[in-house]
Design a protein around this ligand. Structure first.
Ligand code: EPU
Length: 422
């Protein structure tokens, strides 16, 4: 068992570089199933979630070579022939639903268990299943899982309208349609920056995708696609989290290797709340700022990302005044605020989607348990500004999305260690 210990109350300084985006790496791996040829992925984040996804590919028959130091993984999908996803691995990773489409498109069938929900919400897969059916899959359900078969052995292009904007749903249908016969039109698509880069890679490999990054995507099916090289874009959520870390600690830090425009509404909202930031093409510098309360509603890109709601909620505990945080996407992402209250925050939950934060409040070190990736990193930030020692348990949830976070933060002067108890 491992936990983090943080001694708070210290200013930080220096530079921290942003790693490759977990949520981009998690999509390129399943996309490789569409081809028989090798792909070299650079700037790959070796976090727990991406390693689980690589393990699932290996279990299906892919061969991968990893160079953690250089952040490179090379995957040869040529040996994949299995169409049944491992039950245990699927349950460990909600994003495993992304694999269903490419396997179905390439081999005409796929069997998998339901990937399940998680603490941040129910996370249904109805829009995925509706999309597969529209593309010509017949779905049979059995205990806890399903089997899908393409009628006539091959999927057929179709028009799919997403009733609700879904990131992985958009990505899955876009990949799946690459090998379907004829034209697919996806409407009301998500527009997150990870989507156009995935399309760009697939197009370089021979796919015909138009409109990725807008709300309508058109895919003309092709017979096969080749291998290639993919560079994972910088993690916009990590970048935004580090910006809030600089503001929370009132420190001058430089966040490098990021793409500020990928933060969408986050930067303008932070600036309206009083943040003084210097923004370059691939860096952001935070300055000591007097923060004022400002309400937010989370929204799909380019709105305020739900994945940055938790550090922002913490930031509002240090801002002057009252703010309403409206988490519109997930019904389980605000419960961590209970733990901030034990540290001294003043956060009142109106309902699972809304809390009112009154600030500024002094925080004191406490024993916390990380419920999910984003609440977990927020607890680290809370520990950094609290007086005394904070202990955070269940840190697998933090390792799922942030690679060796304690080593990277130590570089800025954070007094933090990972403790392993046998
Ligand atoms: N939804 C449905 N039916 C579906 C699919 C989704 O009702 O079939 C609902 C969800 O319950 C949710 C909403 O649609 O209320 C949006 O979910 P979406 O499908 O967009 O989420 P996701 O694609 O599963 C990705 C990220 C999340 C991020 C969201 C929103 C990955 C692997 N995950 O999830 O990242 O919060 O988009 O931006 O890309 C994280 O990294 O910590 C994380 C949770």
């Amino acid at each position: 068992m491992e936990h983090f210990e943080i001694n708070g109350g210290k200013k930080i300084k220096g530079e921290i570089s942003v790693n490759g985006a977990k949520n981009a790496a998690l999509k390129i791996l399943p996309a490789l199933i569409l081809s028989d040829e090798k792909c070299r992925i650079t700037n790959f984040p070796f976090v727990e979630d991406t390693q689980r996804m690589a393990e699932i590919l290996e279990d299906l028959g892919a061969v991968s070579e990893k160079n953690v130091e250089q952040k490179i993984i090379t995957v040869d999908p040529g040996g994949i022939s299995k169409t049944k996803l491992d039950d245990i691995l699927v349950r460990k990773l909600r994003a495993s639903i992304l694999l269903a489409g490419p396997i179905l498109a390439k081999f005409g069938e796929v069997t998998m268990k339901h990937p399940g929900g998680c603490v941040i919400g129910k996370r249904p897969i109805d829009m995925f299943l509706d999309g597969f059916e529209k593309l010509g899959a017949k779905i049979t359900f059995d205990e806890g899982g399903f089997f899908m078969k393409a009628e006539g052995g091959k999927l057929k292009g179709a028009k799919i309208f997403f009733p609700k904007i879904t990131v992985t749903g958009t990505e899955t249908m876009m990949m799946t349609a690459v090998l379907a016969e004829g034209k697919t039109v996806l409407e009301n698509c998500a527009m997150e920056p990870e989507i156009p880069v995935l399309a760009e890679y697939l197009n370089k490999c021979g796919a015909k995708i138009k409109g990725a990054g807008t709300s309508t995507i058109e895919i003309e099916g092709v017979e096969k696609i080749s291998g290639g090289e993919f560079r994972v874009i910088p993690d916009r959520i990590e970048a935004g989290t580090f910006v809030m870390m600089g503001l929370l600690t009132g420190s001058n830090i430089k966040i490098t290797d990021c793409v500020p425009s990928h933060l969408g509404a986050v930067i303008p909202i932070l600036e309206k709340a009083g943040a003084e930031l210097e923004i370059g093409e691939d860096y952001i510098i935070t300055k000591e700022s007097r923060m004022k309360a400002r309400s937010i509603d989370t929204h799909e890109f380019p709105g305020f990302a739900t994945d940055l709601q938790s550090p922002y909620t913490l930031l509002m505990t240090q801002a002057e005044g009252q703010s309403l945080i409206h988490e519109t996407i997930y019904e389980g992402r605000l419960f961590f605020t209970d733990q901030l209250n034990t540290m001294g925050a003043n956060i009142i939950m109106c309902d699972p989607h809304r809390v009112v934060v009154t600030g500024p409040t002094k925080l004191y070190g406490k024993k916390l348990v990380s419920p999910d990736i984003r609440a977990g990193i927020t607890m680290i930030l809370a520990g950094m500004i609290a007086e005394g020692k904070t202990t955070i348990e269940n840190i697998y949830q933090i390792d799922r999305g942030y690679e060796k976070i304690e080593e990277r933060l130590k570089g800025l002067g954070v007094d933090m260690k990972r403790i392993t108890v046998a």
